[in-house]
Ligand binder design. Structure first.
Ligand code: GAL
Length: 330
């Protein structure tokens, strides 16, 4: 009886243990004992496994002479897999750099950021969209890559400006009907664009909407709750932290209304020194993923994940700081 009870408590507090072992902003390690190197991440669930895709940021940080933005040599996109969101196995560099082609978006001298992967049930392909940049951040394009397996290697198809608009920070969202959207910071990061994708998820289909016009929002993460669409985003201050916001809309195409900063604990006006990257839905609970950037040494940047707390009566969403948390199971 005692044993059964102990086991039950262990099971019931699964995520509590997750965060006892993955201390917020600590150096999270993979199953080989190496630090997880997957920044500005997106997570995709496929057949009971979670795949974490993120920027491979290694080596020295330098400053681009034109944009003065801190950068590392572009290392492509890394992938880790997990069944419990706690133990992460390194699956490799699934979108590797192309060091022999100076003109490629994947040349180490370029910038690849904010990879997001979705699965297309019709084509049975995993589709990755990234922010494809030049070192001086003037390119502002979206890049697309495909793979038959979640762990790649992904084949890079090229980059473009979605519907002719600039595309920097970006994310993907698949609606319940299978229609997918790319949401990006456009118009010199002043306005978000919501670009509907073709059924194969490889291009834009021509329908798009400008959202949060002139509000300078970045780092978008979209999720759906009780039929409404929510958009967590940051302000626009480079690697430096700023105030987050959650916006809501009845349709993915808007109208979007900003609801204010959900980060209600101390340092919440600076998003706990982090920046949003993704919201992971787990049944009807949501985990918000953040990066804490260390621009002097970008490869030392950290992660923290926080549950989104939803008021049962009003549906108001807040993200209080939690060093450990419980009650959400993968
Ligand atoms: C941030 C953006 C990051 C990266 C950085 C470069 O605003 O969210 O993804 O592009 O600027 O300074």
């Amino acid at each position: 009886m005692m044993k059964k009870l102990a086991l039950f408590i262990l099971w019931a507090s699964g995520i509590l243990f997750v965060h006892a072992q993955l201390p917020q902003k600590g150096m999270w390690k993979d199953t080989d004992g190496n630090f997880i190197n997957a920044h500005a991440a997106g997570i995709m669930k496929y057949k009971n496994t979670y795949y974490w895709y993120g920027e491979n940021k290694g080596g020295f940080t330098s400053q681009d002479p034109t944009s003065h933005i801190e950068r590392v040599i572009m290392g492509g996109v890394n992938c880790y897999s997990s069944k419990d969101l706690l133990t992460w196995k390194f699956e490799g560099v699934v979108l590797p750099p192309e060091p022999n082609d100076r003109n490629s978006d994947l040349h180490p001298s370029k910038v690849i950021e904010r990879p997001k992967v979705i699965y297309n049930k019709k084509t049975k392909q995993f589709v990755m969209w990234v922010h494809a940049e030049s070192a001086d951040y003037s390119k502002a394009c979206a890049g697309v890559a495909v793979s038959k397996t979640p762990t790649g290697p992904f084949k890079y198809l090229g980059s473009f400006r979605p519907n002719g608009g600039m595309s920097r920070d970006q994310t993907l969202f698949v609606d319940d009907d299978g229609t997918a959207y790319q949401i990006c910071s456009s118009e010199e990061n002043q306005t978000l664009h919501i670009n509907r994708l073709t059924p194969d998820y490889l291009k834009c289909d021509g329908t798009y909407k400008r959202a949060l016009i002139g509000m300078s929002r970045e780092a978008p993460a979209v999720f759906k709750y009780k039929g409404k669409y929510y958009l967590l985003s940051s302000g626009c201050t480079g690697w430096a932290p700023n105030k987050a916001d959650i916006a809501v809309a009845d349709s993915i195409m808007g109208e979007w209304t900003m609801l204010g900063n959900p980060c209600v604990s101390e340092n919440g006006d600076k998003t706990y020194m982090g920046q949003s990257t993704f919201v992971l839905p787990l049944k009807d609970r949501f985990i918000a993923l953040f990066d804490e950037w260390h621009p002097r040494n970008l490869s030392d940047s950290r992660y923290f994940w926080l549950p989104i707390e939803i008021d049962k009566k009003t549906d108001r969403m807040t993200i209080p700081w939690r060093e450990v948390w419980e009650g959400i199971k993968p």
